[in-house]
Ligand binder design. Structure first.
Ligand SMILES: C[S@@+](CC[C@H](N)C(=O)[O-])C[C@H]1O[C@@H](n2cnc3c(N)ncnc32)[C@H](O)[C@@H]1O
Length: 211
């Protein structure tokens, strides 16, 4: 029933906002929220791709236009893979890994991947708080509507690499972290060159890992 669906949707958004605020302030709480958040996104996976139109990608697209083309890119919290596909289209030389906690999201992302991208984009289940990648594995990491786990961002990005943090509905996005908080947390990890931009209905924040 639609009314029940709307009610569940609002509750889910509030839960995602609550978890984001809690985990950014106290990352050790993630172990409490990991299971419920995975269950929430597993349940949403089948309808996720159609929930938002192409405008949801505009902040990511605008950020990608301002940074060098990637060769090794990571899309964290990839969902159904929209940002991973956008990165691959933008940078024809890039290999792209899309990571998500939710196995059903990863299955959807894999199903929706066009054949022409299949050789250089792949998706895998992993937790952004403990990534299965070596240090300095990527020159671009994108988070679109995704909770940041700061130490892992600093670890897997190579020196000179770029981090893009995009919010499809700006400050109204359920999973949202303010630019002020992003700067506070990224500067001590050796990030600089901070830029903020607005595009379509959303915003993006760009940072570069110092050489
Ligand atoms: C709001 S959705 C965004 C999906 C996609 N980036 C988009 O904007 O369409 C957040 C996604 O991040 C995933 N996620 C949340 N926490 C995660 C974590 N610690 N590691 C990997 N994925 C995570 C969820 O399963 C979900 O698919």
């Amino acid at each position: 029933m639609k009314v029940e669906g709307d009610w569940r949707d609002r509750l889910g958004r509030r839960f995602a906002r609550f978890v984001t605020t809690a985990v950014v302030a106290r990352p050790e709480l993630w172990r409490v929220f990991r299971g419920p958040l995975r269950a929430q996104f597993d349940q949403l996976a089948g309808s996720w791709e159609g929930r938002r139109g192409p405008e949801s990608l505009e902040p990511v697209e605008a950020a990608l236009r301002r940074v060098p083309d990637a060769t090794r890119a990571l899309d964290l919290g990839t969902g159904t893979g929209k940002a991973a596909r956008a990165i691959a289209r933008r940078a024809p030389e890039a290999t792209v890994v899309g990571v998500d906690l939710s196995p059903r999201m990863v299955a959807e992302a894999t199903r929706l991947l066009p054949p022409d991208l299949a050789g250089r984009v792949h998706f895998q289940v992993a937790d952004a708080s403990a990534l299965p990648f070596a240090d300095a594995s990527f020159d671009l990491v994108v988070l679109m509507n995704m909770i940041p786990f700061f130490p892992e961002l600093g670890r897997v990005l190579a020196p000179g690499g770029v981090l893009v943090f995009a919010s499809s509905s700006g400050a109204g996005t359920p999973i949202y972290v303010s630019p002020r908080r992003l700067r506070e947390r990224l500067a001590p990890l050796g990030f600089g060159g901070f830029e903020e931009l607005a595009a379509g209905t959303g915003t993006a924040f760009v940072a570069t890992k110092n050489l």
